[in-house]
Design a protein around this ligand. Structure first.
Ligand code: PMP
Length: 466
């Protein structure tokens, strides 16, 4: 029940027409149908959203009707160039015909069997062929599940309990992993990430700074450290898109070899994105286990634990890996289609080019406006932040002016570009050079509009404390 408002009726279209050249024409002033939907959603859905962060969208959460290629359309009929891309999974753009055809062909054959089917091993073979040095795959549904399976396997093969985690890295929302991700209200990085989290979880982890090999060595070799696994996002995508310092991943590999520790690359973002074989291919370092999700199935819910047979085969001897929906045939059909498109020639070269164009365009706009800011990118993942001078560390990322960035994202939205909060930008195979040029032009316009409306970015001196 939506009260007196008819949600099926489109509001007055306030948005711009789509396509190049619209920029000077129209700016969206309000989102009446999304506002109605938001009010209604809050009455039935916890917090009005399906995942917490979406509630913080400025000026209020938008509701979408459809997507096609690099663009999505909201309930008010406004179309945006989409750089959120489902927070990463939509790597082929929306409704890619190869992906759609694969899913549509599979749907009439049944939703799930709770038993074996061919796509389980066919899709696994595609993953193993794509990622160097991998021997086995386990299917799960989300990154948060898969990281827990990886930790459990590591504990089982080492007989140890604790793990090393890098500050600012995200490995899902579970009690074991939602630690040392963002500072709490007092600025401390050591508190629990959520109310209700198991109190003992903090004792199971040694937190160290990303890129500091000595700190990792100390944590792993301290008396009583009891370290089963080192977890790392090989590119710290969740906190600044920070590439690993030269020699760092190799150093972690050596440490784990010397200490009999399982090295886990969390490639939920980097997998099938920073190269066809993910960070393993890009940086040439072989972890024991890799966690994949997001890009793997082009927007359908699939994750995987991939790596050494001697570890993963422990699921046949005492390690429980379960899940009603594991290896769902429709989702695996989506994965096979996605991987087949991503295996085409030129995809990753184009990602490099589009990523550079986006990053260079942002830099030029920031310089032209004379504001303090920085831009990082690795392949098609770009980070843009304002207010701090340092884009080379997690501390620099924390020092960025998030309020200013939020104001920029509202201006982007008003001008037809949908961007994540926090400064990360995604690209899909559907984003052309012309799309990127349009995004850059809108960004420049939005930045100057934001500066005209109010104060520029503040230089914050937030420093993560241990
Ligand atoms: N690891 C990383 C690196 C991630 O970025 C995410 C999600 N953003 C996860 C794990 C958790 O994945 P999911 O949201 O599918 O549970």
């Amino acid at each position: 029940m939506a009260g007196s408002v008819d949600e099926n009726e489109l509001g007055t279209r306030t948005g711009p027409p789509t396509g190049p050249g619209w920029g000077a024409v129209a700016v969206i002033s309000s989102w009446p149908q999304s506002a109605v939907a938001w009010e209604r959603a809050k009455r039935s859905l916890g917090a009005g959203v399906s995942t917490g962060l979406r509630a913080s969208m400025k000026p209020h959460p938008l509701f979408f009707a459809s997507g096609s290629g690099p663009r999505i359309t909201d309930l008010d009929g406004n179309t945006y160039l989409d750089h959120v891309l489902g927070w990463g999974p939509v790597i082929l753009g929306h409704a890619h015909p190869v992906l759609d055809d694969a899913v549509i062909a599979r749907v009439p054959l049944g939703a799930t069997f709770g038993a074996g089917h061919r796509l389980e091993y066919l899709a696994a073979e595609s993953v193993l062929a794509a990622i160097p040095g991998t021997e086995r795959v386990l299917w799960s549904n989300t990154g948060s599940e898969a990281t827990q399976v990886a930790l459990r396997l590591a504990r089982a093969v080492t007989g140890r309990d604790r793990y090393v985690k890098m500050v600012g890295h995200y490995h899902g929302w579970s009690d074991s992993f939602l630690l040392g991700y963002r500072p709490d209200a007092s600025g401390s990085m050591t508190g629990a990430g959520s109310l209700g989290q198991r109190r003992g979880a903090r004792d199971e982890v040694s937190l160290v700074p990303f890129g500091d090999l000595d700190a990792a060595i100390q944590a792993a070799t301290a008396p009583g450290a009891d370290i089963a696994a080192v977890f790392v996002e090989p590119v710290l995508c969740n906190s600044g898109v920070l590439a690993p310092p030269s020699g760092y991943l190799e150093g972690l590999r050596r440490l784990c070899d010397e200490q009999g520790i399982v090295l886990v690359f969390d490639e939920v973002i980097t997998g099938f994105r920073v190269a066809h074989g993910g960070a393993v291919e890009r940086y040439g370092v072989q972890p024991d286990l890799i966690v994949l999700a997001k890009a793997l199935a082009g927007g359908y819910p699939l994750s995987a634990i991939v790596g050494r047979g001697s570890i993963i085969d422990r699921v046949a001897s005492g390690v429980v890996h379960a899940g009603t929906y594991n290896g769902n045939p429709i989702v695996l059909a989506a994965a096979m289609a996605t991987m087949s498109v991503l295996a085409e020639d030129g995809i990753y070269q184009a990602f490099e080019e589009r990523g550079s164009e986006l990053a260079d365009g942002f830099r030029a706009a920031i310089t032209a406006q004379g504001v303090q800011g920085w831009v990082n990118h690795v392949g098609p993942v770009v980070q843009c932040s304002f207010g701090s001078r340092r884009g080379d560390s997690f501390e620099g990322f924390l020092a960025a002016d998030q309020e200013f960035y939020d104001r920029v994202t509202v201006n982007l939205l008003r001008r037809g570009v949908f961007a994540l909060p926090g400064g990360r930008w995604y690209l899909s195979t559907a984003h052309t050079a012309a799309d990127v040029a349009e995004t850059v032009a809108v960004f420049a316009d939005s930045l100057s509009a934001t500066l005209a409306e109010g104060p520029g970015p503040r230089e914050l001196e937030v420093v993560a404390s241990g």
